[in-house]
Design a binder for this molecule. Structure first.
Ligand SMILES: [Zn+2]
Length: 256
């Protein structure tokens, strides 16, 4: 792929091009698509749509580096134990599964060879997407990578902040802060808002009593450092862009 060809693309947002451009570009100039997926659930003092905003920003930042289009996000997800909070939604598992299956099949049918799911939400959604990647990949011949960025980049969290993060904790809040500081309402923050995620088989609660869930007791409280937030944003994106490039390279090498 030549640089001249890449720079000829006037946008990478799939909803902003017409069918004639699509026919010209996909798959001749571009055969990879990034699909952000999230959900709406509470995130401490970050927005309910954190799990949408993060992978959408990630996709925009990474797309030119991996020569990909950015598909419109799947914003409503399979939420889980926080869906009782104001402004939250959950889509029943079967409906979510069928809908995302149809989206992935549609991307494959539109001749994207590499479909990269940038998932912003954990809980049960991670397992559903992992299973769908196999199903749709097997059925369509598309090559599908699922990235759960907060887990994959837990080493970056440790490197930048010196401790582990959590749901709506320092890492996730920092990523949003880097996108736009106005998205994070620090004035609403109290450290008592955070609870450590209970070890397996100790206790569970619905609704979970906190919207900030720490992976480790006493670690990962949001500190709202704008400089570290920017560093974190770029290191996370670098690591994910690298994973995408290497995965595609290996798929090509093995001829799958
Ligand atoms: Zn989140």
């Amino acid at each position: 792929m030549s640089t001249a060809k890449k720079s000829a693309l006037r946008t990478r947002d799939m909803e902003c091009i017409n069918w004639i451009e699509f026919r010209e570009w996909v798959p001749a100039k571009i055969d990879t698509v990034l699909l952000p997926l999230g959900t709406l659930e509470p995130h401490g003092v970050a927005p309910n749509g954190t799990d949408i905003l993060a992978p959408v920003a990630m996709a925009r930042e990474i797309a030119p580096r991996v020569n990909a289009m950015v598909a419109p996000a799947v914003p409503y997800g399979f939420t889980g134990m926080l869906d009782a909070y104001p402004g939250s939604f959950t889509i029943p598992e079967e409906a979510f599964r069928s809908y995302v299956r149809a989206v992935l099949t549609g991307l494959a049918k539109n001749k994207f060879k590499n479909i990269i799911l940038l998932n912003g939400h954990g809980g049960g959604q991670t397992a559903i997407l992992g299973a769908l990647a196999q199903e749709v990949g097997r059925d369509t011949g598309a090559r599908i990578l699922v990235v759960n960025w907060w887990s994959y980049c837990s080493d970056v969290t440790l490197e930048v902040f010196g401790e582990d993060g959590g749901h709506a904790a320092e890492n996730e809040t920092a990523y949003i802060l880097a996108i736009d500081p106005a998205l994070v309402q620090k004035a609403h923050y109290k450290s008592e808002m955070a609870t450590a995620i209970p070890p397996p088989n100790t206790w569970s609660a619905y609704p979970f009593p906190s919207t900030i869930m720490l992976y480790k007791e006493g670690q990962g409280y949001p500190k709202f450092d704008p400089v570290k937030a920017k560093t974190y944003f770029s290191k996370v994106n670098d690591k994910i862009a690298r994973l995408i490039r290497e995965t595609i390279k290996k798929w090509d090498m093995t001829g799958v």
